[in-house]
Design a protein around this ligand. Structure first.
Ligand code: SF4
Length: 233
């Protein structure tokens, strides 16, 4: 049984060569963990867990007219665990697909809403501008679409709307005093997970084939390696 995470599928979509290198040949670039972002994720989790325990809406839901509360479910901690997550086994395909969510909210009619926590530090937080200028926000939407797909496959009713709980670190405060302040933004995304089935089949096929795809032309790492190679040859 092949196991693929949602980040493996994101890698497949971003660069098929790196996907094959990492998931077939176990060759990967080491990256440093984003520990400050992880700290924000954890603080946010604690805060939402407070409202989950009380089964009350987070103030953000009231502010944005979202009729929901944080979902209380025995599998919540498994779904949030990076090594477990929410998973689905496709026996016919011979594939286990999984991903760890940040949070799940539930509407009064039982429909689930998927959310993910992001943090950044920009002088002006302008989501529209970021969406139009860069590719990575589309990756955030794909991330939520993969979670939606997984929850649907696990028998839940899931809203097409998903949210990014976005913390913007304020870097121009006059005094630090060991306190990092944030603005909080809620970004609504209209999602569509229809692409997931087909992409899982394609990704698995690629790992089973002898294909060694081209790298992405926009990738700075490969451009750097190519230039280094050119210096010596
Ligand atoms: S272009 Fe090269 S380094 Fe960049 S993601 Fe693809 S294989 Fe990896």
């Amino acid at each position: 049984m092949l196991k693929l995470s949602r980040s493996a599928i994101e890698q497949y979509l971003n660069c098929k060569r790196c996907f094959v290198l990492v998931y077939k040949h176990k060759v990967r670039l080491k990256t440093l963990p984003f520990t400050l972002n992880t700290a924000v994720d954890n603080l946010c989790k604690n805060e939402f867990d407070y409202y989950r325990e009380k089964q009350e809406p987070h103030p953000l839901f009231i502010e944005h007219n979202i009729d929901a509360v944080p979902f209380k479910h025995p599998s919540m901690d498994t779904w949030r665990n990076n090594f477990q997550g929410v998973s689905y086994i496709d026996e016919n395909l011979g594939l286990k697909f999984y991903g760890a969510v940040d949070d799940v909210w539930v509407k009064p009619d039982g429909e689930l809403i998927l959310s993910d926590v992001k943090s950044t530090s920009k002088n002006i937080f302008d989501w529209e501008d970021t969406w139009n200028k860069y590719e990575y926000p589309k990756g955030y939407r794909r991330q939520l679409e993969m979670y939606q797909w997984l929850f649907r496959k696990n028998g839940f009713k899931v809203s097409d709307k998903a949210y990014l709980v976005y913390y913007n670190g304020l870097k121009n405060e006059p005094m630090f005093n060991q306190v990092l302040k944030f603005e909080l933004h809620l970004v609504e995304l209209k999602c569509n997970d229809e692409w997931v089935d087909e992409t899982l089949v394609e990704a698995k096929k690629m790992l089973e084939s002898d294909e060694y795809p081209q790298g992405s032309k926009n990738c700075e790492t490969c451009q750097y390696l190519k230039k280094r190679w050119d210096v010596n040859n």
